[in-house]
Write a protein that binds this ligand. Sequence first.
Ligand SMILES: NC(=O)c1ccc[n+]([C@@H]2O[C@H](COP(=O)([O-])OP(=O)(O)OC[C@H]3O[C@@H](n4cnc5c(N)ncnc54)[C@H](O)[C@@H]3O)[C@@H](O)[C@H]2O)c1
Length: 375
Amino acid sequence: MNRGFRGYIMVDQVTIQKQVVVQEQKLKDFCNKVWMKLGVPPQDAKITTDVLVLADLRGIESHGVARLPRYYADLKNGWTTPTNQSKIVKETKATAMIDGGQSLGQVVGHKGMQLAMKKAKETAVGIVSVRNSHHYGIAGYYSLMALEHDLIGVSMTNAAPLVVPTFGRNAVLGTNPISLTAPAGKERAFVLDMATSVVPRGKLEVYDRQGKKMPPGWAVDKTGRGTEDAHTVLDALSNRLGGGILPLGGEGEEHSGHKGYGLALMVDVLSGVLSGAATGLGVDVNKEKPNVGHFFMALDPAAFRPLDEFKRDMDRLARELKDSPKAEGQSRIYVHGEKSYARMEKFRKEGIPLGPKVVEAMKQVGTEIGVPWLG
Ligand SMILES: NC(=O)c1ccc[n+]([C@@H]2O[C@H](COP(=O)([O-])OP(=O)(O)OC[C@H]3O[C@@H](n4cnc5c(N)ncnc54)[C@H](O)[C@@H]3O)[C@@H](O)[C@H]2O)c1
């Protein structure tokens, strides 16, 4: 046993014992009931729930049902409209511009990707730009939709300013994720789904909830120096006191922090500037009008070459990577998405493990709104 960060007792067994394992459907039923109590129509409740639970199934606990209380509060406070108010405001054969009407980000995102896929099937490519939306959860949910139709899928979103630009000490950009999926044949599809920061905010929240010290190189304090104290960073970010999460590549130029910074900015150009949504310091800052922007693209590989050839070469490339020599001490090389597919199979069979604080927060929401936890 060791007494760690902020006096918490760090015993893995205790943490494990306190985890609650919940079956996927039970968890979905609870979430659906919460949304519907708040006036969300059943089909939109299902989409919102599916995005959250898919994150947990894929092992992205930072973006799973742990976020339900936040979306719940936004709906309760009237900051998110429970019914889908989004509208297509401009359209060409291959592109569309959607105003999200401050509806649930997941519902708007689903609509955006559906439209991009429809256009890709008709013209080879579909690009949809979205403004006036909300936090949409994991970027990968939307790009994964494209795989069901043998399309390449791209999904990006800007997000509240949490990331410090290279040589800066205040957060200006979001953790702005990028996801790209590509279908394969016998191998698993390529599913890249990543924040453009070293870690997403949710990971800091996980460390804070567990009272653990963060690994070095994730964040800086208000002076711009590295820190391992997740609670202080989150607190400073909430109160705009300075400091924040580092872009992919970390501090300074030595490990290419400037490239991660560039990727985050690229996402803001495509999600924010292109759509006319908020950008940089303006994203998701006014809770009453977060004006988050998204970018979706679907691309039909069959417009370039026969689909079976594309898939065959995806398989070959994946095998080349996985069969290449392993580093000392390592037994396996993964292709992006592979570990998440394995987790999904396990959690679907055995149930989804949830931390005690997540369960406590869900129970509290349930009590407030009259939906019994797993009742
Ligand atoms: N909505 C938002 O505002 C927002 C903001 C930031 C992040 N996010 C979401 O947070 C989630 C987590 O992001 P993250 O950056 O922590 O992801 P991560 O670091 O867990 O994974 C990044 C990618 O690497 C792959 N991967 C992991 N280990 C690998 C290995 N050894 N070899 C090859 N590939 C490997 C994963 O499959 C994934 O595609 C994402 O789903 C992202 O969309 C959302």
